[in-house]
Design a protein around this ligand. Structure first.
Ligand SMILES: [Zn+2]
Length: 147
């Protein structure tokens, strides 16, 4: 997911890679791969987005306060909790259960809104579906059966 799906199974990704991919996905709703492809295909918009992304990434990397840390809706904690939680069954919880779960697991210290979390989950599930569909169209299906 997040455009890192080409990595061999079992690879670990660095927090830097994760952050870069997460920023890309959150900001533009596309994977790094899509963005790089669009930029390579000559889209001025994608090129600008790529540059913005690198700037944001550097801000994060060098520890400069990102404007998102001061009050905007984006919260990387929530993003990554949701990403790892979807596989674990977060997708089956009601909005209220989801908020309880985040109250339990998340260290942001803020109150978690069931409605906001439900929307975040919806966005992420859609994005994941799109990634899966795109991956199917572009690649040989992975061999799922082993004998
Ligand atoms: Zn939180």
């Amino acid at each position: 997911m997040l455009g890192l799906e080409d990595l061999p199974a079992g690879s670990t990704i660095s927090i830097g890679d994760y952050m870069f991919a997460a920023l890309c996905w959150y900001k533009y709703g596309k994977t790094i791969k899509e963005l790089v492809q669009q930029s390579a295909a000559g889209s001025p918009k994608a090129s600008t987005q790529l540059l913005n992304l690198m700037r944001d990434y550097d801000r994060w990397r060098f520890g400069k306060p990102h404007r998102r840390q001061s009050g905007s809706k984006f919260d990387l904690n929530h993003h990554s909790l949701m990403t790892s939680g979807l596989d674990l069954g977060l997708d089956r919880l009601t909005a209220d259960e989801l908020a309880d779960c985040f109250d339990e697991l998340c260290s942001c210290g803020k109150e978690h809104s069931p409605e906001n979390l439900r929307k975040l989950r919806e966005r992420m599930i859609k994005a994941l579906e799109r990634i899966k569909t795109g991956a199917k169209a572009n690649q040989e299906p992975p061999a799922l059966e082993t004998n």
